[in-house]
Every structure is written in C-alpha cells, then in structure tokens.
Ligand binder design. Structure first.
Ligand SMILES: Cc1cc2nc3c(=O)[nH]c(=O)nc-3n(C[C@H](O)[C@H](O)[C@H](O)COP(=O)(O)OP(=O)(O)OC[C@H]3O[C@@H](n4cnc5c(N)ncnc54)[C@H](O)[C@@H]3O)c2cc1C
Length: 348
C-alpha cells in the first residue's frame, strides 16, 4: 500500500478521494469516535451571513467543491449535494441596507436574491423579513461518510490508531505489519493526542446541535436566524450550532440545549419535539486557517487538519493542495502550511 490515512471525517474522505482519482493505493484507519463531521449540519455556503461578505477564498473553494462532490455522487450512486436556498432571517430592519449593499458587491450577486421578503411565513416568525441565498446547499456528511466507507470495503478499518505501533525504516513506515510510503493524519480534534503534531495550536471550539421533528415545517429551504434550521427529510430538522471556546469536552450541556431551544421557541410558531442532542469539538486553529504539511523530522508523515468551520466548502480544494504537495512536490501556501508554526517554534 502507498498511503495510510488516519481519520475519516470530511478531511480524511476528501484526501482519500484525491488518492483514489489519482490511482494511489491506500488504507484508512478510523475510530469514528468524536467526529465533528458526524454531527455537522453540512451546510455549504461560501458567504459570511454575519458580515455579508465572502468567506476566505470562498469563490475558489466553492468552484472546486461542486464538481468534486459531483464526482463523489457518481461514485456513490446518489446525489451527495442538495442545492437548497438559505433564508436569512433579519434581526432588525437595518439589515435590509446591509443586504442591498452586499448584493451590489460583485462576488455576492451569484448568491444573493436582491429582493427582501416581507410577507409573513406561517410557521416562522420573521417580523423584519428575510433575504434568500441561492446557489448554496447542504451535504449529509453522515451518509456520505458511511457510503464511502462501504465503497472502500476491506481498505477501511474501524479502530483507534495506536501511535506506539508505528515503526520507521528506510523511507517507509510500518504499522501493524503493513508498510506504507506515507501516513496522512486527518484526526480533527483527536490530533491533540498525536505525538507528532500535538504541539500545533489547534484550539478547538465546541458545537452543540439538536435534531427535532416538526410535521408542519416546510422542508423546502434552510432557515438561518441565530442558528440554522436545516431540513433532513421525513419531517426531521437539524438545529445548530452553538459556539463555545471554553469547554473542550464533547459532553452535551443543558445550557447549550436551552440556548438552542429558546431560539426555536422564538422562531417557530408550530409544535416540535426534540429527537436528539449532540456535541463535538470543531478542529479550529488559533489563526483560523487549516493545518496542512509534513512533519519536520519524518517527512513522510503528513497532516490534514484545522478545518474548524466550513469543512464542506474547504475540504475538497485543500485535499488537492495536499495531494499536490505530497505527490507532485508543489509547495503549500504559507497561510495553510504548518511550517508557519514550526518555523516560529524553531526560532525560539
Ligand atoms: C455542531 C457542529 C456543526 C457544524 N456544522 C457545519 C456545517 O453546517 N457545515 C460545515 O461545513 N461544517 C460544519 N461544522 C464543521 C465541520 O464539522 C468541520 O469543518 C469538519 O467536519 C472537520 O472535519 P475533519 O475530518 O477535519 O474532523 P472530524 O470530522 O472530527 O474527523 C476526524 C476523524 O478522525 C478520527 N480519529 C481521530 N483520532 C483518531 C485515532 N487516534 N485513531 C483513529 N481515528 C481517529 C475520528 O474518529 C473522526 O472520524 C460543524 C461542526 C460542529 C461541531
């Protein structure tokens, strides 16, 4: 085997797909525990709804992501990306001006409907109206990950990676009797336990979400007030997510649940029941940029991490950058290369 991938959230899946399309053989080891991807809403939106501008490299990431997911759809035999409008609920009338200004910025015209909707929606309180984002959508991470694991068959193994079983010899690494040219760690917040990379400033941000059932809520659009309301089908909706920089445990908390419920009670005019509640730590980085690159000493050990938010948008393109770095010797941009931290560390 050429490569071992450790971790199979959206980062592991994206680099696995890059290897597959380039006919590079690989194994995956993944514990499936504490996976941020498995609780994520999967909303794919390159705009920043709070500031009404484009996210970091949003256009480039977006243009790369859609054909990438189309390719994965062809492989998995179903459409993994659901194009769904997002209705942005305005918290005050002053947001109308910001919306119109944002529309006039060239790169947002493709995503914003100019018209502000002021008419009432029966099920949702929108006293200040809402604007609609188009050409955006959602991926069901859980389903993609499960179906991709199935395609990998025996090359995917569910187990916790044991770092002490890793052996190095002449440009190769051996793990449990298998030899590989490269290892790529895609462990999300689990990186904190990785002795090769745990020095990197992965700070983490806890997110909590609910799944509710509501028979009267339309499943046609995603709604965004303080939180997202994302239709999942069968009258189920994903609600989230909270942000907490202080608590680094993946325990569910009553305070976050109440925060989500109080927003729902304010926004929904219809009955709903809570089906599930979950929490995970987003793999966020101190400078809000991803962590890609190779270990300073063992240059066939790589990392693909730091996809704190917007993993659905950024993972595909970043996986290409990492592939080009490992297999085509193309340098990574300094904004994503982990050497921005390792160099600082060495200077001290
Ligand atoms: C509540 C919440 C809502 C979110 N909503 C969205 C959203 O709507 N849209 C969006 O784009 N992003 C969203 N995100 C962010 C998104 O989840 C991340 O950007 C992305 O999922 C990170 O993916 P990852 O593969 O890097 O890490 P993870 O998804 O955490 O995957 C890491 C994998 O590595 C495995 N692993 C770790 N250590 C080991 C080990 N030692 N041995 C074996 N396996 C190991 C884990 O089991 C896991 O499967 C949300 C996050 C949260 C928490």
């Amino acid at each position: 085997m050429n490569t071992l991938i450790v971790g199979f959230g959206i980062a592991g899946l994206s680099i696995a797909h890059q290897l597959r399309r380039n006919k590079i053989s690989f194994h995956v080891i993944d514990s499936s525990e504490n996976s941020s991807s498995l609780v994520a809403g999967g909303v794919l939106n390159p705009t920043v709804l709070k500031r009404y501008n484009m996210s970091w490299e949003g256009k480039d990431f977006f243009e790369y992501a859609l054909p990438f997911y189309k390719e994965i759809s062809n492989l998995l035999g179903y459409n993994v990306y659901n194009k769904t409008g997002i209705n942005r609920i305005f918290s005050s009338l002053s947001e109308h001006n910001k919306w119109s200004e944002a529309f006039d910025k060239n790169n947002l015209k493709f995503f914003l409907n100019k018209k502000i909707v002021l008419k009432n929606v029966d099920e949702i309180n929108t006293p200040n109206g809402f604007g609609t984002l188009k050409n955006v959508g959602r991926l069901n991470f859980k389903e993609i990950i499960k179906k991709y694991q199935y395609v990998l068959k025996g090359n995917y193994k569910r187990e916790v990676f044991n770092y002490s079983n890793l052996k190095f010899k002449r440009g190769e690494v051996t793990y449990n009797d298998n030899s590989y040219k490269n290892i790529i760690f895609c462990e999300g917040y689990g990186m904190k336990n990785n002795p090769f990379f745990s020095y990197l400033p992965l700070v983490g941000n806890k997110g909590e979400m609910l799944v509710i059932r509501s028979y009267k809520l339309s499943e046609k659009a995603i709604w965004k007030g303080k939180f997202f309301i994302v239709p999942l089908g069968q009258s189920l909706f994903w609600i989230g997510a909270t942000f907490n920089n202080n608590d680094k445990t993946a325990e569910k908390s009553l305070s976050a649940k109440n925060e989500l419920l109080s927003e729902l009670q304010e926004k929904l005019n219809i009955p709903f029941e809570v089906i599930s509640h979950d929490a995970q730590i987003r793999p966020t980085v101190i400078d809000r940029r991803p962590l890609l690159g190779s270990h300073l000493e063992f240059d066939n050990i790589y990392i693909f991490n730091g996809l704190g938010t917007r993993g659905s948008l950024i993972a595909p393109r970043l996986s290409e950058f990492l592939y080009n770095y490992i297999f085509l010797d193309k340098a990574l941009s300094t904004s994503i290369d982990i050497r921005r931290f390792t160099l600082k560390k060495k200077e001290v």
